[in-house]
Design a protein around this ligand. Sequence first.
Ligand code: SF4
Length: 338
Amino acid sequence: MDDVFDLEEDRVKREIVQRKARRVLIQLPEGLRGQLFKIVETVESTGAEAFVSGDPCYGACDLPLEEAEKLNVDLIIHYGHTELLSEVGFPVVYVKAKARTPVSGVVKKSLSLLEKYDVIGLTTTAQHLDRLSEAVKALKEGGKEVLIGDSKGALHPGQVLGCDYRNALAISDGVDAFLFIGGGRFHALGIALSTRKPTYVADPFTGSVYSVNEEADKVIRQRFACILEARNAETIAVIVGLKPGQFRLDLAMKAAEEFKKKGKRTSILTLRELSPEVLSQFPSIDAFVNTACPRVSIDDVSRFIPVLTVSESLVVLGRLTWEELCQRGLFLDVSWRS
Ligand code: SF4
């Protein structure tokens, strides 16, 4: 496990020394927490003091700015994601934690699933970006045409995030199917929901290849059920996420206003972490509109209570039809960062 990810120790040390940082706050996603001591010791070897943020971290939208201020650190080092927020008013160094695992073998294996498609859209996360050319070669040798999307946004060509599939959408009309290179179903499911194209995973860590198409259809049925349930709600809470990259107060206030006009009793609820446990503490609320991380609505909480994304709330408000939502793949509010 130790060598799976490139933790760029030399660059990290250089950044600390060049910036003359004396106190450093380290932020790690769950998958890298096993590397805690290795990273702490890298930081300490420069003579700087190291602190590790223990709160959950799911993306670069969630920089620990308040902690950094309280701890009076000079630098945040964020692992596992690329930069998402510009001008946060604090120095941040991003370490992608590139996977060293080769991808050509698993991509070749995926050719059996991609047999009926000619043009493949290739996508991945920060961890495998440097290996995209290896994947392109393997697909081309298998007789496929390959497209990699570049929407000219904050992400690198071909890169997707849990809430940003613009690079996939940029090429969606020109491809027959998508191949996602990376671990787990999470991002591939987002591609399938956003593009409505057949989507497959080539997981370099496990060597497995599989489709997420049935799962995407199931999620869409669940979303429809949530929207129907929310239509009958008498009370609605609009959630404002307090994490730096999830804070959309204006949008939440606008949504709350519209629901009030529709005769719903409406409140704005501010939260850092959204979970079924937290929401169950508000039994007087029939449905939620989530302006924070859209994946929490889709993946985590809506099995228990309707938690709509912003686009889905527009269907309840009658400003968007269900068919338009499906056709435009708006489940994840993909354009909300633009
Ligand atoms: S908003 Fe959600 S999906 Fe988007 S980067 Fe943050 S944690 Fe990931």
